[in-house]
Design a protein around this ligand. Sequence first.
Ligand SMILES: *Cc1c(COP(=O)(O)O)cnc(C)c1O
Length: 375
Amino acid sequence: MIKIGFNKPCVVGKELYYIAQAVENMHISGDGVFTKRCHTYLERELGVRKALLTTNCTHALEMSALLLNLQPGDEVIVPSFTFVSTVNAFVLRGAKAVFVDIRPDTLNIDENKLEALITPRTKAIYVVHYAGVACEMDRIMAIARQHHIEVIEDNAHGLFGKYKGRWLGTIGCMATQSFHETKNFTCGEGGALLINDANYVERAEIIREKGTNRSRFFRGQVDKYTWCDIGSSYLPSDILAAYLWAQFEARQQIQTKRQMIWEFYHAALQTWASKHGIVTPTVPKECDQSYHMYYILLPDLDTRTRLISHLKANGITAVFHYLPLHLSDMGRQFDGQPGDCPVTEDISDRLLRLPFHNELTMSDLEEVVGVLEGF
Ligand SMILES: *Cc1c(COP(=O)(O)O)cnc(C)c1O
């Protein structure tokens, strides 16, 4: 029986109350009052030019690929160690994935391996702030500027994390957020596109509204709306935004709890980890992390498999994470070969994520640590 699950979607405050309000408002389609509150909140708190809620992070990533006009013949550099949506977003446009390895310390894109992969066809770099710990953005942005390449931050893990005092999601031309139930802030399925480069704002609104200028119409800027570009429907229901708004309101509570969980694991596991050749996460000084996950790196795949079983036998679920995308069936169609991204290939076999959600109690955490120490 599972006593301590890996994740648990949590009601933290007024989610159900606001959902009832959305229904009473008689506006349960997209861009109602709760969606607007979420937009304003993200824009004000982060200082981004425009925030647009989307149906999920996958769709925000797809919007970014549409906005960049990515197309066949273009190349996009992306870490192999990421969720498949980061790559599908531009592969759907016909662009080619060029996989880059990660750093062995932060598990983020290895900025020192970027330049060797840049060609005249390179149009964009998609970075992922793994576990909400920032990539080395100064160097990445400098390389991108020098080669006239856009940088998009897949910030699904990193909302309210910082790099050298700057919010994650505010550094590239655009960034994407996820509000899936496994993320720090959730509405079940949801996401957002954050836009920092003002040149993308107007077209983003059009693409999100089926290729029409409906947003301008609702603001009274045009007297009828019309089809003016390609697009799709990326608006979440205001019912979902109502749920998300309650989570934003409880931001301090959520983030304080997650910080406590992360710090508890980190302090409690050091001695055990160093005795068994187990590595705990690295958070560089210039990074304020978002407390999205706690992972450990086991010595090898066999030890990880045995540890997962040991935890399971004690009612605790711990899970591994991304498989190298360059070695997947699709990745091989982009010339992915074993050995292309050696750090990704190695880390993927050895990483284990510990239970991490807002309802873990101190006794749950002590139990996880106790069971690990008994391994
Ligand atoms: C969760 C996640 C996504 C996808 O998010 P959805 O909202 O489920 O589409 C994309 N990228 C990364 C890095 C993620 O962790």
